[in-house]
Write a protein that binds this ligand. Structure first.
Ligand code: B16
Ligand code: MG
Length: 217
């Protein structure tokens, strides 16, 4: 059976959460409240606009729409300073090997990320041209847990949702994959991602027969 794969970006292919954290923390400092790494967990997989709302809730800060737009822009500019310094050495363990395995099997893969910076990030780590398609924060109208991002991914793969495998590190992403009727694979803490069909700590743990046996049955 021919299957296709949809990869989330942050937390699966690269760890950009640490740069989001630095940029958001800088904004919180500026607004005069503390923003911890534990707080940052709430922003994983969530859109940029939603991230700002969560951050402002944490600080109990109210801003005008205009100010919000201004901070969204400055946060992203600051974040991009880190992204421009990224290179292929920041690809998470097991990711390149997994793409190699899929290439050998002749299985196509696309990106399904909430990030509007996804194409740039993939170019920085030199993986851009390997993907058969990119679905990112620019191409969707409804954020995860809405299944839209993955359903567009399935269209790009020319496959039925049931034949798509989604790799995700966020609860909202697993929910989106399940709602899309796809095979969901949680990467990270299995207690947090317990709704996933399969769980692995990281991509180095994916067995060699995962695509040929586990998900093809
Ligand atoms: P941007 P993913 C998500 O990436 C991040 O996990 C999340 O923290 C971020 O707010 C979101 O992208 C939007 O990113 O500001 O670059 O548009 O996990 O969906 O690949
Ligand atoms: Mg993610």
């Amino acid at each position: 059976k021919k299957i296709g794969v949809i990869f989330d970006l942050d937390g699966v292919i690269v760890d950009t959460a640490k740069y989001h954290y630095l940029a958001w923390k800088d904004l919180a400092d500026h607004l005069g409240f503390e923003f911890t790494e534990a707080h940052n967990e709430q922003l994983k997989g969530v859109s940029r606009v939603r991230s700002l709302e969560i951050l402002l809730d944490i600080g109990k800060v109210h801003l005008s729409e205009e100010k919000k737009q201004e901070y969204l822009l400055s946060k992203n500019e600051h974040y991009l300073e880190y992204i421009y310094k990224m290179g292929p050495d920041e690809i998470l363990p097991g990711a390149s090997e997994l793409l190699d395995m899929l290439d050998e099997l002749g299985f196509h893969y696309v990106l399904g990320s909430a990030s509007k910076n996804a194409p740039l990030i993939l170019k920085q780590v030199k993986l851009f041209s390997r993907f058969a398609g990119i679905v990112d924060g620019n191409s969707v109208s409804k954020a995860k847990p809405d299944p839209e991002v993955f359903l567009i991914g399935a269209e790009k793969l020319n496959l039925k949702p049931e034949h798509c495998v989604v790799f995700e590190d966020a609860i909202a992403g697993i929910e989106a994959a399940n709602r899309a009727n796809m095979i969901s694979v949680g990467i990270g803490d299995k207690d947090v991602l317990h709704e996933a069909d399969f769980n692995f700590k990281n991509l180095t743990e994916i067995p060699n027969d995962f695509f040929t046996r586990k998900v093809s049955e």
